[in-house]
Design a protein around this ligand. Structure first.
Ligand SMILES: NC(=O)c1ccc[n+]([C@@H]2O[C@H](COP(=O)([O-])OP(=O)(O)OC[C@H]3O[C@@H](n4cnc5c(N)ncnc54)[C@H](OP(=O)(O)O)[C@@H]3O)[C@@H](O)[C@H]2O)c1
Length: 297
């Protein structure tokens, strides 16, 4: 049966608003689930319903709140594992057709290199394993995880580019290609998955706005801003060796540096079996236009 009613959890984060926008654009009826103590404003577009749930999202309360819903999309931080497991358990109990977890990775969380460098990514595979188990045990329940590469337009600093200071970092020779997605493209991908539930059932799908290299990005930022940048070269192996012990001691900054490396050097989705651009009816975006937009934000 076609998916119509969608619950979104995490509508007020970095990614949530883009997904909400795309779901509405796709004609879905959206209900935002949020914690009773949430302080975020809930000033969503007309037609969006809001359900306040006791802070720790108890399964029995979720079961009641999910009545009549067809799908759940979670855009909380990926580290919010427990809340995802409870939502999935409740979803399976009420016969939710599709669960999209807070995956949306910069990199492929099932790669050994990724799990070794940033153990946090194991949590994403644990959620996928749980969803697989639920799907095996419940006829109606199914899941799809979306992996999109680095968010391109979240913040250029995340990609080690500082436009105001006209400088940036480039790993190794800067030629490695990587997939990266705008938040709007991730939103479109999510809506498209819900429109094609059969084709995307119980799998990880890979999407992008473009597959580019750091050298191409450097040129695009210089072209769009009309000025030369100062690019520093970073040797990825050395940088990784420096950052890993700091990340292991709990430095969020060092963890983010390792994620940057993984997304920039190990995340080309174009040759993946489940690279889903065509399947989902998505097209690559124009790099120059996307850079221009980032600069104007
Ligand atoms: N590919 C990339 O470059 C990249 C970068 C960043 C994130 N991501 C991924 O994108 C997804 C979304 O991440 P994000 O950074 O956008 O998340 P985020 O900003 O941390 O999400 C915040 C949202 O989650 C809600 N929330 C937080 N804890 C909750 C809980 N316990 N129960 C219910 N709601 C809760 C918040 O509600 P309130 O408003 O009520 O506080 C808010 O709406 C994740 O899968 C993440 O791994 C990918």
């Amino acid at each position: 049966m076609a998916i119509k009613n969608v619950v979104l959890v995490g509508a007020d984060g970095k990614l949530g608003p883009a997904i909400l926008h795309a779901l509405l654009d796709g004609g879905f009826k959206v209900t935002v689930f949020k914690r009773a103590s949430s302080k975020s404003p809930s000033n969503y577009p007309d037609g969006v319903s809001v359900a306040k749930i006791t802070d720790d999202f108890p399964v029995d309360e979720l079961v009641k709140a999910l009545h009549g819903q067809d799908a759940i999309v979670v855009t909380t931080a990926g580290s919010q594992v427990d809340v995802q497991l409870r939502l999935a358990e409740a979803g399976a109990k009420v016969g939710i057709q599709r669960f999209i977890p807070a995956d949306f990775g910069s990199c492929d969380s099932s790669m050994a290199k990724v799990q070794e460098l940033v153990p946090l990514y194991k949590q994403k595979t644990e959620v996928r394993d749980y969803l697989t188990d639920l799907a095996n045990k419940n006829d109606k329940f199914a899941w799809t995880a979306i992996v999109c590469g680095h968010f391109f337009d979240w913040s250029p600093e995340f990609l080690h580019i500082w436009p105001k200071e006209k400088r940036g970092d480039i790993l190794d020779d800067g030629e490695t290609k990587f997939s990266t997605s705008t938040l709007a493209q991730v939103g479109r991908a999510t809506a498209a998955v819900l429109k094609k539930p059969d084709e995307t059932i119980n799998k990880v799908v890979y999407v992008q706005s473009f597959c580019t290299s750091q050298n191409e990005l450097a040129k695009a930022f210089e072209k769009a801003s009309g000025s030369k940048f100062n690019w520093s070269n970073i040797k990825s192996e050395e940088f990784e060796r420096e950052q890993k012990p700091l990340a292991d001691k709990g430095s969020a900054e060092a963890t983010e540096e390792l994620v940057w490396i993984l997304g920039a050097l190990y995340s080309n989705w174009e040759d993946r079996d489940t690279f889903a651009m065509k399947l989902l009816g998505l097209e690559n975006e124009d790099l120059d236009a996307a850079v221009q937009k980032v600069l104007s934000q």
